[in-house]
Design a protein around this ligand. Structure first.
Ligand SMILES: CC(C)(COP(=O)(O)OP(=O)(O)OC[C@H]1O[C@@H](n2cnc3c(N)ncnc32)[C@H](O)[C@@H]1OP(=O)(O)O)[C@@H](O)C(=O)NCCC(=O)NCCS
Length: 173
């Protein structure tokens, strides 16, 4: 499988919310919260489309978002999701790598994220990208009352590239 990544905007809200509400059934973001992030200059969201899809396709394979005000030393991974049928083909990794590269470009030295304690797949992805466990926020995810694991990665000076997928920066518009 191969994809094209591009910067997301408000026009992608419906496609993003379609995955968001089906994947995060109990703790999905609201449409208003997602719209605010998509409109914010402090955020950087990407959507992934199939390699042969029109850039304006109404269907997306995944999305991911970063909060990293320019000049701030810290960035936060806000969200990431890949459609079930597109998983385990490297898309989550390339989305994360693209956000980490953008965080570095914006001046961040550290990136933080929270992951549900009952989500070992996502935690494995983050650990493979250099995120370490920093602590636990008990009952952070409601209404499920599931703990959040807080993770942190130091931003490296070198650009990360992923074999076989190409450099995402070259295919974002
Ligand atoms: C987490 C998620 C984004 C990963 O996307 P993906 O495209 O399947 O991830 P990749 O194919 O790039 O996998 C990268 C690595 O993540 C880990 N991983 C991903 N899915 C996994 C699974 N089901 N079991 C174990 N490890 C898994 C592996 O380390 C994998 O590397 P490998 O394939 O070389 O073993 C995807 O599973 C998803 O959307 N889940 C639901 C939403 C979610 O949990 N988001 C995170 C909220 S914090």
């Amino acid at each position: 499988m191969s994809w094209q990544l591009r910067r997301a905007g408000i026009d992608d809200l419906d496609a993003i919310m379609q995955i968001e509400t089906s994947v995060f059934t109990t703790d999905a973001w609201t449409s208003d919260a997602m719209r605010a992030d998509l409109a914010s200059a402090h955020c950087y969201y990407l959507v992934a489309l199939g390699a042969d899809d029109s850039p304006n396709s109404a269907t997306i394979a995944g999305y991911a978002g970063l909060l990293a005000p320019r000049g701030a030393k810290e960035g936060d991974i806000q969200t990431i999701a890949v459609a079930p049928e597109a998983r385990r083909h490297g898309l989550g990794r390339v989305l994360m790598t693209s956000l980490m590269n953008e965080a570095r470009r914006r001046g961040a030295r550290e990136i933080f994220l929270e992951v549900r304690a009952d989500n070992p797949s996502a935690e494995a992805l983050y650990a493979s990208l250099g995120f370490d466990r920093l602590g636990v926020r008990p009952g952070y995810y409601q209404p499920d009352n599931v703990d959040a694991i807080v993770m942190r990665a130091a931003v490296s000076d070198s650009q990360t590239r992923w074999a076989g997928i190409g450099d995402p920066e070259e295919i974002e518009s």
